[in-house]
Design a protein around this ligand. Structure first.
Ligand code: GDP
Length: 393
């Protein structure tokens, strides 16, 4: 039988896509039109950079992507064709496709003029960089052109890349250290021996998958972890996490469907402490009956997780890069509920336009720590601003 929760979640997602895509397209057009009117000009769009968003038709299954069952096919010289590791260059092809038309057009201009600025502005807005960050970037570049520091369009694009890298470099990317900065024992003298990382975010953004990927990475590196299946709202989430636990060799605590997620995380912390496991990775539900319930639930999970021997070391907000600026609005609900320490940006390999990373760091003031470049266990990588910007351009 099909779980009604899954049906509801799917229809929520469908509604979100149907509403969000036209709204986003109209919004980009409106932003640019208003800005152009203000500037009193209207340049043509470069033909290769139209930037029409497409929506992936693949239904999310959520199960860990399987390793190929058979040996990979032999290459021409008889050597096996090994699956490419997740790289920014290899996985950001779609985002690059969107930007390259504009950037190519800018580079091809004989000199820096009004049309150049329009093209750059349109490229950044369409790439989801956001109005605030676009203005900041263009203001800096305009100043440097005026000062004679930048004199041609190639140098202008290179300066834009360097500015983007500088804007994105928070020095806080990557997996946090386990066991660092543990506070002193609680009032009852109980030592804190278990870090808890909470994964929060809207349904379908990739929380469960991310927990599984992080578990794989850490167990492989020799750090034992315990998974807490705190998304008791969605029956499939527990099963999905169970699969990840089996694949990665991590222990897991699951609760009853519809059960209290805080008690799942509480049990997980107790079990981790008794087995000497230093880290609990806790999945949470992204959709409850209403926003107030969601916030209350997350506050409670956090409180319970922070009781010795537990210590909430990270709250990672998982965002789906393909939802663009809409994802930012959703994120704010979670920021109201819990102190978020960083962002995991998933699905950058999909139809995401990339610039959303800039908007997140600037508008939410949060570092992007990890990014998802695919559904497989190895497709979660540390956010690397230089590699990211190089791949985008
Ligand atoms: P949750 O509801 O937030 O726990 O979301 P899930 O972990 O169930 O993920 C929803 C869907 O997104 C699943 O089909 C995942 O395989 C997929 N997904 C998660 N991360 C990525 C990613 O980085 N790239 C791609 N292409 N798909 C992803």
């Amino acid at each position: 039988m099909i779980d009604p929760g899954v049906l509801q979640a799917s229809s929520d997602a469908l509604i979100a896509v149907v509403v969000a895509v036209p709204v986003a397209l109209v919004a980009v057009g409106a932003v640019l039109a208003t800005r152009r009117r203000g500037a009193g000009r209207d340049e043509a769009t470069p033909s290769t950079g139209g930037g029409v968003a497409t929506v992936s038709a693949t239904a999310p299954t959520g199960a860990p992507a399987e390793a190929p069952a058979e040996a990979p096919p032999a290459g021409e010289a008889g050597t096996p064709v090994v699956a490419e590791p997740a790289s920014y260059q290899g996985r950001l092809g779609k985002a690059r496709g969107l930007l390259s038309g504009y950037i190519g057009a800018v580079r091809a201009r004989a000199r820096i003029d009004a049309g150049t600025w329009d093209e750059l502005e349109e490229a950044l807005i369409r790439a989801d960089v956001g109005v605030g960050a676009t203005d900041a970037l263009l203001e800096d570049l305009r100043g440097r052109v005026k000062a004679g520091e930048i004199t041609d369009t190639d140098a202008l694009v290179d300066a834009l890349k360097a500015d983007l890298v500088a804007m994105l470099d928070t020095g806080a990317s990557g997996l946090p250290d386990v066991g660092a900065d543990r506070p002193p024992p609680g009032d009852d003298g109980v030592e804190r021996t278990v870090d808890v990382w909470l994964f929060v975010g809207v349904n379908g953004v990739g929380k469960t998958t991310t927990v599984g990927k992080v578990a794989t990475r850490l167990t492989r590196a020799g750090t034992p972890v315990l998974l807490a299946a705190g998304d008791t709202f969605r029956a499939a989430a527990g099963e999905q996490l169970q699969l990840w636990a089996e694949r990665s060799g991590a222990d897991i605590v699951r609760g009853a469907e519809g059960g209290d997620p805080s008690s799942v995380v509480f049990d997980a912390v107790q079990r981790a402490a008794s087995r000497g496991v230093p880290l609990v990775l806790a999945d949470t539900a992204g959709r409850l009956h209403n926003k107030v319930n969601l916030i209350k639930e997350l506050e409670k999970i956090r409180r319970v997780s922070d009781r010795p021997p537990g210590h909430v070391a990270e709250v990672l907000l998982v965002l789906d890069a393909t939802t663009g600026q809409n994802g930012l609005a959703q994120a704010k609900v979670f920021l109201d509920a819990v102190d978020v320490s960083g962002v995991v940006l998933t699905k950058l390999d999909g139809t995401a336009k990339g610039g959303i990373v800039v908007a997140i760091q600037r508008e939410l003031g949060l570092p992007v720590k990890l990014v998802g470049l695919g559904e497989g266990a190895d497709d979660l990588v540390d956010f690397d601003p230089q590699a990211f910007v190089d791949a985008l351009f």
